[in-house]
Design a protein. Structure first.
Length: 87
């Protein structure tokens, strides 16, 4: 059994050691990992979500009840409408 002093020194070293020395490389560090570029489909989906969100926030409560009382129902209809307009 190691002495209490040796255990204390080892625990301090383990707590203060950099994470890379334990096998976690650049893939774990978000600053060092390369970022994937979003695909055109995901960019289009984000833009539709922004447009539908802006339209949803602009509606008054009675209009929201008429369109569909909840965001998921409204969003589904809005995305369908935007896709039809684009086609």
């Amino acid at each position: 059994m190691p002495s209490p002093l040796l255990r204390a020194v080892l625990s301090i070293l383990l707590m203060t050691a950099p994470a890379a020395s334990f096998g976690q490389g650049a893939a774990q560090d978000p600053e060092l990992a390369p970022r994937r570029q979003p695909s055109p489909r995901s960019l289009a989906a984000r833009e539709r979500q922004r447009q539908c969100g802006a339209a949803w926030r602009a509606l008054t409560p009675p209009d929201k009840a008429e369109q569909g009382p909840r965001w998921p129902q409204y969003y589904s209809k809005c995305v369908r409408r935007l896709k039809e307009q684009r086609a």
